[in-house]
Design a protein around this ligand. Structure first.
Ligand SMILES: *Cc1c(COP(=O)(O)O)cnc(C)c1O
Length: 223
């Protein structure tokens, strides 16, 4: 897979065993993403057990975990201690819960705001207006660092539709740049645009993606 240097590859390892992660790590991959809290926590434990087994506390020390699934507020402690980025923050309630957890645990959490860009009815995420409310609103999220936006295109073979969805997310990101300095909840490095999966990452890159989330193309089909 040839990627432009500015685009980060996130390997989506959900439903695949820890050994698959280990193999990809040995091939040079460093960022892995999971979508279910229990599965993430289990894989982190497996890695810890591997370190004990090998007598090497530094084994795979520079691995990074991202979370990309729906996160319920009662599952935060299974996820937040381990991840370097929560890509799928899709409600103000969740944002507040993460901020409170960060404050209680003396940690600043990196997040992406998941935006609704597709025409699928099941997909979640914020509208542009809601993003603006978060960035420029009264509530200050002291223990959250907003790093950018994430989105999923409509599930369709129609490339025109997919491209238009990605363009929309790029537009939201561009508008965000205009709010830097306007609101208390945005930093100058709020530049990440996480979009593109196995089936559409090339289009996503053409439309300005900075981070693609690729599962089946790396690990094979999930069953
Ligand atoms: C599963 C998943 C992916 C990866 O999908 P593939 O089609 O296997 O590349 C990307 N993003 C999210 C949010 C996912 O849940």
């Amino acid at each position: 897979m040839e990627l432009p240097a500015a685009v980060k590859l996130v390997a989506v390892s959900k439903f695949h065993p820890f050994e698959a992660i280990e193999e990809a790590y040995q091939a040079g991959q460093r960022i892995f993403a999971e979508s279910r809290p229990q599965e993430l926590a289990a894989k982190v434990k497996t890695l810890e057990a591997r370190r004990v087994e090998l007598g090497d506390p530094a084994y795979m020390a520079d691995i990074e975990w991202h979370f990309i699934g729906h996160l319920q507020t009662n599952k935060l402690k299974m996820v937040l201690p381990y991840v370097s980025l929560i890509q799928s923050v899709d409600s103000v309630r969740l944002l507040e819960a993460i901020d409170n957890w960060g404050s209680a645990n003396n940690k600043v959490l990196n997040v992406l705001l998941e935006c609704f860009i597709s025409s699928d009815e099941t997909k979640q995420g914020f509208s542009e207006h809601e993003v603006q409310d978060i960035i420029c609103g009264e509530r200050k999220y002291s223990n959250i660092h907003i790093c950018g936006v994430m989105g999923m295109a409509t599930y369709t073979d129609d490339e025109t539709v997919v491209r238009a969805d990605f363009r929309r997310l790029k537009e939201i990101s561009d508008i965000l740049q205009d709010w830097i300095g306007e609101g208390g909840n945005i930093n100058s490095d709020c530049k990440e645009i996480s979009m593109g999966m196995s089936g559409d990452y090339q289009i996503a890159i053409e439309e300005g993606s900075t981070m693609i989330r690729v599962g089946s193309m790396i690990f094979g089909e999930r069953y």
